[in-house]
Design a protein around this ligand. Structure first.
Ligand code: GLA
Ligand code: ZN
Length: 663
């Protein structure tokens, strides 16, 4: 993959006389790629069938003079007003039956066939127009697919499509009735045409319907993207195609969405969005986002939007401190980004995002942010060439499942149980020990890892149980948790045996009772130490397993809380609660030591260590996310490439070491 730095550029917002200055300033900061046009439909197709590409051609030519290449976005996230006039039912409908109006973006239904015809015409025209332009290198489909589509779309077309989707899944209505358990509350359907989308009802919908709705919705967006991929692949076989994702956003299954892309792109905003209070994301949460992005295709990726200044729409965020933009960029590169594109080039003077700051301020004059990034790009780029395409080579993985996340959104059990946070806590347990970690889906290759953590494996299929069993029998270490094996894939409870149902052979322990800890936490003693745990408590009865942690409170005192079971050459741990960070850290540390999993840096430090591992060397990043200087003790074989062991506040350093296993 190419090593590049770039910016998201909106030439349509500026007088054309400015474009040359922009290109020159971009070149001087080290930018050699821009993304453009992903919201420019009304400039590219002035009215129905009237296309104008000259303005974009001119910009591409100016950029080319400065050796800057172009990624074009297909503008389907912003259908223009004339198109809404033409297809009024393109506007999406929410679960209360309200049509969402024109005026923002993403004001579209994804199943509307007239809309697809218009996209097909525009995208084909663009693709033909740019297929032989040597300065255009690739495409981004739409923009952040699924973003703004929460609670959408319940229009007639989507309902019909949902019914068809169900029909192709269940074949007969009797089968659907059985699999959804519609005998409950007299919900039996006679025909697929009767099935509603989950619009508001006097009370909750059937959980099986809700899960299928989320699957359907994800599939719809995947297909919407695929339909555009197909057009471009055919016309521009030499261009890459990507899409900009949003970390742990889960409306669309990102494993599915990225399957037919050349590589993943990601939008990284460490200071979060416009929520109140502003969520400055923790470094480990940022790391988890990046690890997921790399893991989707097990491949290096692009950052298509890296925060470049204060964020904000109506409410503004803090201004990044000196060093922070550089630090966050270094973190993205460290976790596997081979190209970093900053959002946006220049802060816009109008529109919803006039306070979402770019590298340049409103005035267009380079300032602190410009010079900080200029220095960073020039110092890091030569080393990126050396480790491009390389991955961390993780020995540990966490199973991340969109379907489990949806099932827990439908039934969180405890008001504070959040699947993604629960998963992130285990990620943080490895992050805190400087252990590289990948995420895998149910379809992933478990055998590549010494340790697989599969939190909250609520819905289980026979295939997954077989796969996990094979992994463990061959020597893998598997960690399972509370609420595993509870349901079948259609979101109905397992009834054939005690929990964890089909996973019982693996756990070697059954759950005899459970308690949703609504109003209290609970103590656990593990390895002679006491911890406080929350949310849930499974009471375990070991059959072949050994108890390694017990509850300490109330009627649960001395009952097993954590077990380990030897299966084949491997072992399976089970934790019957939300363990909390301290217990996760200590528990994983013991497992990691026993499994001989390597830490990149094994002394305590308030610094993140990340590696890119090439054939013969480890490129090691030390990232100081604190506002204080930090000193680290580097190993003798670490050579300093950028900066050194004395890290300034928000500073970073890059070292290289021969691989421990290289001759
Ligand atoms: C997202 C979008 C961009 C822009 C930024 C800032 O990540 O992809 O178009 O809207 O947020 O709001
Ligand atoms: Zn719709």
């Amino acid at each position: 993959m190419d090593i590049r730095f770039g910016a998201d550029y909106y030439p349509e917002h500026w007088d054309e006389k400015r474009h040359e200055t922009d290109a020159k300033l971009m070149h001087e900061i080290g930018i050699d790629v821009v993304r453009m046009a992903e919201f420019a439909w009304s400039k590219l197709e002035l009215e129905n069938g009237v296309f104008r590409f000259e303005w974009l051609d001119n910009v591409i030519n100016i950029l080319a003079n400065y050796n800057i290449r172009v990624v074009l976005g297909t503008p389907s996230a912003a259908p223009p007003a004339w198109l809404i006039d033409e297809i009024p039912d393109l506007l999406p409908v929410d679960s209360q039956g309200r049509t969402r109006g024109f005026g923002g973006r993403h004001h579209n239904c994804h199943s509307n066939s007239a809309f697809r015809e218009h996209i097909k015409r525009l995208v084909s025209k663009m693709a033909h127009h740019y297929k032989n332009n040597p300065n255009v290198i690739g495409w981004q489909i739409d923009n952040e697919l699924g973003n703004s589509h929460n609670d959408l779309c319940h229009c007639k077309s989507c309902r019909r499509r949902f019914q068809k989707w169900l029909e192709s899944k269940y074949k007969t209505i009797d089968e659907l009735n059985r699999e959804w358990g519609t005998s409950f509350w007299s919900q039996t359907y006679d025909r697929f045409e009767q099935i509603p989308t989950p619009m508001i009802t006097p009370n909750s919908h059937n959980p099986s319907l809700l899960l299928d709705w989320k699957r359907f919705h994800s599939d719809l967006i995947v297909k919407f993207q695929q339909f555009q991929i197909d057009i471009i692949r055919q016309i521009c076989p030499n261009h890459f195609i990507t899409h900009n994702l949003m970390g742990f956003f889960n409306l669309v299954d990102y494993f599915d969405l990225t399957e037919n892309l050349d590589f993943v792109s990601h939008d990284q905003y460490p200071m979060g969005f416009f929520d109140n209070p502003q969520p400055m994301k923790e470094p480990s949460v940022l790391a988890a986002d990046l690890d997921l992005m790399r893991s989707l295709k097990n491949k290096t990726f692009w950052i298509m939007e890296q925060q470049a200044g204060p964020t904000g729409w109506e409410i503004l965020g803090r201004t990044p401190k000196p060093g922070q933009l550089r630090l966050w960029s270094a973190q993205s590169v460290a976790h596997g980004a081979d190209t970093v594109v900053y959002f946006r080039w220049r802060t816009c003077a109008f529109g919803t995002e006039e306070y979402w700051h770019g590298i340049l301020p409103h005035s267009g004059n380079p300032g602190r942010r410009y010079y900080e990034l200029q220095k960073f790009i020039s110092e890091i780029k030569p080393y990126m060439e050396k480790f491009k395409d390389s991955l961390p080579e993780s020995e540990a993985a966490i199973l991340f499942s969109y379907e489990q996340s949806w099932a827990f959104e439908i039934q969180p059990h405890h008001p504070e149980l959040n699947y993604i946070d629960y998963v992130r806590n285990f990620h943080r347990g490895l992050y805190n020990q400087n252990i590289p970690v990948d995420f895998i889906s149910e379809k992933g290759d478990f055998e590549r890892y010494k340790l697989v953590i599969a939190p909250l494996l609520f819905l289980v299929s026979d295939e997954l149980v077989e796969k996990l069993t094979r992994y463990v029998v061959q020597g893998g270490i598997l960690v399972l948790t509370m609420r595993s094996g509870v349901k079948d894939m259609n979101n109905k409870c397992h009834i054939e045996s005690e929990l964890p149902g089909k996973l019982t052979e693996l756990t070697g322990a059954v759950i005899t009772d459970y308690d949703c800890l609504r109003d209290q936490d609970i103590g656990i003693r593990y390895n002679g130490k006491d911890y406080r745990c929350r949310i849930w408590c499974d009471i375990l009865k070991p059959v072949s397993a050994e108890c390694i942690g017990t509850y300490t409170d109330d009627c649960y005192r001395d009952e097993p809380a954590i077990t380990v079971n030897h299966v084949g050459n491997g072992r399976v741990y089970y934790i019957g609660t939300e363990p909390g960070q301290k217990l996760i850290d200590d528990f994983l540390s013991d497992i990691v030591n026993a499994a001989g999993i390597e830490r990149i840096y094994d002394k305590p430090a308030e610094v993140e260590f990340v590696r890119r591992r090439t054939k013969d060397a480890d490129y090691i990043f030390a990232l100081n996310h604190t506002d204080r200087p930090q000193t680290i003790a580097i190993a003798e074989n670490w050579k300093r490439l950028v900066n050194n062991e004395n890290l300034e506040p928000f500073g970073y350093a890059l070292f290289v070491a021969d691989r421990p296993d290289s001759p």
